[in-house]
Design a binder for this molecule. Structure first.
Ligand code: FAD
Length: 316
């Protein structure tokens, strides 16, 4: 079932969460171990992130360095199929532009369709760690908008090979939005302009980047509505869990902590104390968002579901 149909069918705020594929070498059980504790809260869909290749340099016998491409985590297609097979829940694979040609994108979507997966979150993806700017595949897409258009064309029955008749796909397409603006955008105004372009191209709902200040989410929704973005905007929340998160999350995700939260975090002396503050803040944010009638609250587990479970217990 499509994410948008789940939203339409419910009068209550839905619960959903995102997981990461396990590091290569770990079994599918590590995925189930992250999902099992959260199933009692009746998630309607589970997102699975996509992680593109990284480059490392290996020294050859002659002393020269060889650039090698490595994938640390497997792709999403098999994991989504396994989740849908084991649990009565929809899986939403993340599909990115980076590293994919148009043909590879089409093939991935055909695989998803065969498996009965009819949701996809369409993203550009970040640049490779060793590159300063995002560089698309030479036959791929520069922006998420272009990827959304390709999926939309397949939904309309138009594939890359235009000389044969193929069945239309039926994907529900989600896209990413940034209440604190995407870090590359010139300003929130241009970022919203491109978000609208993604929705006009076929995105049926938006999932936000994590934020810690609900006012920023409410302002973002208001600004979206003002320029004619009418689709559901699902807030994404991340419970802070460790001392490392205190600086890592703002640095990596380009978000700010509100002063009330940073004051509490400054008092913490160890991971346990940070985890308690993170949970309390997550409960506070979730309560307020639910009271405001948001369609769904989407939690980023980042491979650790214990804080999400503690929050969900209070909210759902
Ligand atoms: P886009 O919408 O393409 O935007 C990228 C930048 O270009 C923005 O600054 C935008 O303002 C600008 N822009 C957009 N369209 C145009 C245009 N037509 N012309 C000029 N400028 C334009 N990354 C992963 O690698 N794997 C994941 O699984 C993953 N999951 C995510 C899930 C969510 C909910 C979110 C919020 C992010 C996720 N990301 C993931 C991170 C995401 O890939 C990065 O934030 C990436 O840098 C931007 O992706 P996007 O889809 O928002 O890009």
């Amino acid at each position: 079932m499509k994410v948008t149909d789940h939203i339409k069918a419910s009068k209550e705020t839905l619960f959903s969460f995102e997981i990461l594929p396990p590091l290569k070498g770990k079994s599918i059980q590590s995925i189930y171990d992250g999902i099992d504790p959260l199933m009692e809260f009746n998630p309607k869909f589970v997102n699975v992130t996509y992680h593109r290749e990284e480059y490392v340099y290996k020294e050859r016998e002659n002393g020269l360095l060889e650039k090698i491409s490595i994938r640390k985590r497997p792709g999403t297609v098999g994991i989504c199929a396994a989740i849908m097979n084991k649990y009565d829940v929809d899986a939403v694979p993340h599909l990115i532009c980076g590293g994919f040609s148009r043909e590879e994108t089409e093939n991935a979507l055909i695989d998803l369709q065969f498996l009965g997966i009819d949701n996809v979150l369409a993203l550009r993806g970040d640049s490779i760690k060793t590159e300063s700017n995002f560089r698309p595949h030479k036959d791929g897409h520069q922006f998420a908008e272009d990827l959304i258009k390709q999926i939309g064309e397949m939904n309309g029955g138009s594939y890359l090979m235009d000389d044969i008749t193929l069945e239309p796909t039926n994907f529900c397409i989600g896209t990413a939005g940034y209440p604190e603006k995407h870090f590359e955008a010139m300003n929130l105004h241009t970022d919203l302009h491109y978000l609208k372009a993604k929705v006009d191209a076929g995105a049926e709902y938006v999932v936000t980047q994590m934020f810690f200040d609900n006012e920023k989410y409410f302002a973002f929704v208001k600004a979206c509505r003002k320029i004619g973005i009418t689709v559901p905007i699902i807030p994404g929340l991340k419970p802070i869990k460790s001392m490392n998160h205190i600086s890592f999350l703002p640095k990596f995700f380009h978000i700010d902590y509100p002063e009330a939260l940073s004051k509490e975090l400054l008092k913490c002396k160890n991971n346990k104390e940070v985890e308690i503050v993170g949970r309390e803040w997550g409960i506070h944010q979730s309560k307020e968002l639910k009271a405001a009638g948001v369609p769904c609250i989407h939690y980023y587990t980042m491979s650790n579901s214990s804080s999400v479970k503690a929050i969900a217990k209070e909210i759902f």
